[in-house]
Each structure stands twice: as C-alpha cells, then as structure tokens.
Design a protein around this ligand. Structure first.
Ligand SMILES: [Ca+2]
Length: 359
C-alpha cells in the first residue's frame, strides 16, 4: 500500500534510503581472530590481467568502456554467509549498524522515540498499480530487522546458515573483512572477477540471458514489484552456490544479493580513472542525491528484473550510503595476491591482530 501520509517509520525509511551520512563517528575496536590458514579457504586466485570495464551501451555511469589492468587477487568463491558472519560476531561482539539505536544526527527530523534499531525490508506494495518511480512504496523500515532477523522480529536464520548475510552496511562489511584479514574488492576487481575471463559479454555467463531457457542467476521473474513467479526457484535470497559458477569458479556474481565494493561512487569516474588497478575516486558524488556520500555496490539481487533494474549485468553499477542496510545487500571479500605472495597474511603467519572498525 502506498502511504499518502508518511508515518514516522516511513520517514525513517526514506531517511535511510536517501541518507547523506557516511561520516565516521565513534570507533570500535575488534580483534582479528580468524586463523590465518583459513583466510584463503573457499577463495579463488584470480590471475591478473587486462579487460574491458564498463559498457558503451549501458547507463551513463558505465561509460566509457575502457581498458583496465588489475593485479592478481584472491576472491571469495561465494557471498559471505550467515554462518560465517555469526562466527565473526561471536568472536568480536560486533554489533551491526542495523542493531544500533540511530543517533539523532543520523536521522534528522525523526522524533527521539522513533529512533529505534531496524533495517529496510522489501515489502510488496499490495497493488498492481505500483509506480516503478516510487521505490519507497516497496521499501519499509522494519524495527528489529537485522542480519539475525531478516524480515524483522519473529523471523530468523536458523535454516539459512548457507544464505548470504544481509542487512549489513558497508561499515559492517568492512569490519568483517578486517577481522578476516581480508578487504572488500575494488570495483574494478569485482567486475574483472565477475566477467570470469569472458570479453565484453552482457552477462557473466555469456551473451544470452537465459540460454536454452535456463535461469542462471537468482533474479526476479514476473511483474515487479508485486508478482514474483520465482521461475528460477527462489523468491528471496538463495543459499550461496545454488547456480553454476562463472569462468573463475565464483558463484552468484549475478543476482542473489548486492555486494559492497571498496570504492566511493562517482558516475563520471570512468572518464578519468587510472588504467591500472583503479581504486575509486577520492570523493563521492551522486547526481540523484547531491551531497550524499555513497559506496559502490555490484551484481544486482533477487529483486532485479529488466522491468526495473537490470543490474545483474557485470557492467552495471549501484550506489548506497555506507551506513545503509537492506534485506538484499551483502558482500564478499578479497585479498591482494601480492600480499599472500609476500607471506604477510599467509598460512600460519598471523594469528591475531587488532583492527579498528570505524563507525
Ligand atoms: Ca528469484
């Protein structure tokens, strides 16, 4: 149902979706306790190389298509799962953004008694006439929604150990990566890895969306946002690895959940980005929301459909403020091959370290 008179909760959702924050505040120290030998477990070593990044036929922010060289790096085979994230939380006591009570400055204009922990949950608007130009009609701020309770109080993850963790902000993802002795992939690394060695293909598996009628990613079938026919087998997030891997052996580089990248977002970055190992602009700019600082997300999600969002293509880009969490957003980690070659975080060499997760 489209709300004509915004409720405080609706305003909170809008504020989170349109958040301009991202400034760091208090800092929280956590200990890196993932044993070093485990760091490259379930990771793939992606050989360095050169590829065509972006698309000359896609949205403006994917242009121009340009040559980029990346050094070799390790990439998680799959999105970080609930059981992996639970281990991080158990080891560190980390509290995610969605589990914290927002500060008044985070959500200006929201009454103090409405500043409650929660996150954004996809909620079909309940009408066939929903406008695709009103995303707030299907995004609802749900108090109590977080990675442990993806749909809010009463929901849980006991049967979702192998599902990607969701409702994690960029800050949460970065904190996990530090604990694990890893980092978020750069946007260039992410796209290079997603293409799996294919050259300028529309999809991570080739040039056809559904070769032989087969669904190769968890996206949306049906009339968005009201009718999900789940022809690919999944109405929401799927267990990681439910679809075939790409050419590098990476799963779910298209669809399932959005994945945070390290970079700040600017739509014009490709016009002047470095040709070797670009790591994003120094500043963020989103013409849709000037003043907001946003990080890049890639890969699309179970909510993506060509009717609204064709972002399951490897060239497509998305931007979100780093303190926002949603039910269709997760991440995976990377490690520079040069770092493991040098032996610094290689097997057995590091058992603990202290990292700072900025919040
Ligand atoms: Ca699906």
């Amino acid at each position: 149902m489209i709300q004509r008179t915004p409720s405080p909760i609706f305003i909170a959702a809008a504020a989170l979706l349109l958040s301009s924050s991202g400034d760091v505040g208090a800092s929280e120290k956590i200990s890196a306790t993932l044993p070093a030998p485990e760091r490259t477990r379930e990771m793939v070593l992606i050989p360095g190389g050169t590829f065509w990044m972006g698309s000359d036929t896609g949205p403006a922010d994917t242009r121009p298509q340009h040559r980029v060289k990346v050094d070799g790096f390790w990439m998680d085979q799959h999105e970080v799962t609930n059981e992996q994230f639970a281990r991080f939380v158990e080891s560190t006591g980390y509290v995610t953004t969605a589990e914290r009570t927002p500060a008044p400055d985070d959500l200006p204009g929201i009454p103090a008694d409405q500043l409650v922990p929660g996150s954004l949950v996809f909620t079909p608007p309940g009408t066939k006439d929903a406008s695709l130009h009103q995303p707030l009609s299907w995004w609802q701020f749900v108090p109590g929604a977080n990675w442990r309770h993806p749909e809010g109080p009463g929901s849980g993850i006991d049967d979702r150990a192998k599902h990607p963790v969701v409702h994690v902000s960029w800050d949460d993802a970065a904190a996990y990566c530090k604990w694990a002795g890893k980092r978020l992939p750069t946007e260039a690394e992410w796209e290079y890895a997603a293409r799996g060695g294919l050259d300028r293909k529309e999809y991570v598996w080739g040039g056809e969306q559904e070769p032989q009628g087969k669904h190769l990613a968890n996206i949306w079938q049906g009339r968005f946002p009201e009718q999900n026919t789940k022809e690919d087998g999944f109405i929401a997030a799927a267990p990681v690895g439910s679809f075939q891997a790409n050419g590098y052996g990476l799963y779910d580089m298209a669809g399932n959940v959005w994945e945070w990248c390290a970079d700040w977002y600017r739509p014009d970055y490709y016009a002047h980005s470095p040709a070797t190992d670009p790591s994003g602009p120094d500043t963020s700019y989103d013409p849709d929301e000037p003043g907001a600082k946003k990080r890049v997300e890639r890969g699309g999600s179970f909510l993506c459909t060509d009717q609204y969002c064709g972002s399951f293509r490897p060239a497509r880009r998305m931007k979100t403020s780093p303190d926002t969490s949603l039910c269709h957003t997760g991440f995976r980690c990377a490690i520079s091959a040069a770092v493991t070659n040098a032996g610094a975080p290689a097997a057995g060499s590091v058992t603990s370290a202290e990292v700072t997760a900025s919040k």
